[in-house]
Write a protein that binds this ligand. Structure first.
Ligand code: SF4
Length: 478
């Protein structure tokens, strides 16, 4: 029956369907073989075309696919059992061959200000983060990840301190947004905002690529995901912000790419001289320094007619003085960026364990903003740090989840069965919080020990000790 339903017309249209779904349908037409996990349909990310192909291949009329699609996209429902206008047989088939999601929730924290921060575990164990920020008027902004880890190495960033693991797929990026979009419709899941109390509905209206990873270093998947966010979730391109550290070649690509929707561009600037920016953001040197970056932003503005946001994390005593604000204004002038096409966003630094900088106080923030606005006529908005009580800065929740896992599994740091160093290094013993906290850095500088152990291994162990000791107090409080 299934084979008959899979008509010649459908075969002709089959090439429009995604590769995984072609494989899925091919192995399910005329039979119901046991499927491996990877062959389940992910209802959070399935495209309408793919859904139609699967459902019609099972012999159901096309409008059933429309009904299922409405449940998923209009009502935010991926639990098949709740789809009460769908025939029982189709529900059974969907229940057997689909999953509501593919990213597994590893941890979730909720801030007093309503911010929700999540760590998701991908199919291969990678942890990524997503944040949902509610606003008083019922809108929500999702801050999502584009990579597992990050190779850019910005020194103040918890993700940068972890290094790069892999690119996220377009589906993994899209699912982070789709889940928040679905859940923001259900008041039991998200924060009760004032607008909801006043009768207006909550909805996900904005997306920012400011989570883990550098989106322009994963251009292809980010571009595909953005197209799906605009088409399937109905979020306008102007409501989507791609934030980059300044990957100049891909800013140029984005400027003229007909396949990239007209998203907003934000650039993490943070410093107004190459000397300072090279230290804070190593990508500065890699992509030709500030001249190159500001030049390509000028081209972007001229070609697209769109404004650029310059992001500035205010670090106390480092880049938060009126003099620094003047340097920034002069950089904008020297680079011939139109003042009305530039907007500076300042936000006090979100402190991380691996960087000693502190957030600027209110006075410093105000002085910085006033210098840019009053002295130079450059629009500047101070931003509020969201979810500060739940470490909502990118990479911070992942660190916590990893620390907890270290604690839970009582990770064994068995290096070498060496009796001479055993008393100091606990070699061959189980590595636990209890014995980790007493180890000092100097223990790792034992020349005898270093002779026998590579420097890299020494560094790895030292990091392990730091990772398991720094946040003990925070962990205790959870
Ligand atoms: S700030 Fe962004 S680009 Fe820099 S290391 Fe962190 S995630 Fe990567």
């Amino acid at each position: 029956m299934y084979a008959a339903a899979f008509s010649a017309r459908r075969v002709r249209a089959f090439h429009l369907v995604s590769k995984p779904i072609r494989a899925f349908v091919a192995c399910n037409v005329g039979s119901t073989p046991a499927l491996s996990d990877s062959k389940f349909i992910n209802l959070s990310t399935v495209t309408k075309k793919d859904l139609e192909t699967v459902i019609t291949s099972w012999g159901h009329p096309r409008f059933r696919a429309d009904q299922v699609w409405n449940w998923i996209r209009d009502k935010g429902v991926t639990n098949v059992e709740e789809m009460n206008n769908i025939p029982k047989k189709l529900r059974q088939q969907l229940a057997e061959y689909s999953k509501p999601t593919s990213l597994e929730l590893a941890s979730e924290l909720r801030s007093k200000d309503g911010t929700i921060k999540r760590a998701y575990r991908c199919y291969d164990g990678q942890l990524i983060e997503s944040v949902l920020m509610p606003y008083e008027d019922g809108r929500y902004t999702a801050c999502i990840s584009s990579q597992a880890g990050c190779a850019q190495g910005c020194v103040f960033c918890a993700t940068g301190q972890m290094g790069f693991s892999r690119q996220l797929t377009a589906d993994e990026i899209f699912e982070q947004v789709a889940r928040f979009a679905a859940e923001s419709q259900h008041e039991d899941v998200v924060h009760e905002t004032k607008s909801k109390q006043h009768g207006r509905s909550n909805r996900l209206s904005n997306v920012v690529f400011m989570g883990m990873g550098e989106p322009l270093a994963n251009y292809r998947h980010v571009s595909t995901a953005i197209n799906r966010i605009t088409q399937d979730l109905g979020i306008g391109a102007r409501k989507i912000t791609v934030s980059t550290v300044g990957i100049v070649p891909n800013i140029r690509k984005l400027t003229t790419d007909p396949n990239m929707p007209q998203v907003r561009l934000a650039v993490s600037l943070h410093c107004a001289t190459d000397e300072e920016r090279d230290v804070l953001l190593p990508a500065n040197k890699r992509y030709g320094g500030l001249d190159e970056l500001m030049g390509c932003l000028r081209e972007y503005i001229e070609v697209t007619g769109r404004r650029v946001t310059l992001e500035w994390a205010l670090i106390a005593g480092e880049n938060d003085t009126p003099e620094t604000a003047r340097k920034l204004a002069r950089l904008i002038q020297k680079s011939r960026l139109r003042k009305d096409m530039v907007h500076v966003n300042v936000i006090p630094l979100n402190p991380t364990g691996g960087f000693g900088g502190n957030p600027s106080d209110r006075k410093r923030v105000n002085d910085f903003v006033n210098t840019l606005e009053k002295d130079f006529g450059i629009a500047c908005t101070p931003r509020v740090r969201r979810g500060i009580d739940i470490d909502a800065g990118c990479g911070q929740l992942k660190s916590k989840v990893l620390e907890k896992e270290l604690q839970d599994t009582r990770l064994k740091a068995i290096v070498k069965d060496d009796a001479t160093s055993e008393s100091k290094m606990m070699i061959g013993k189980e590595f636990t919080y209890d014995n980790a906290i007493n180890i000092e850095e100097e223990d790792f500088e034992d020349p005898e020990f270093n002779d026998e152990l590579s420097k890299a291994e020494t560094a790895r162990l030292l990091n392990l000790v730091k990772a398991t000791t720094i946040d003990l107090s925070k962990l205790d409080g959870q």
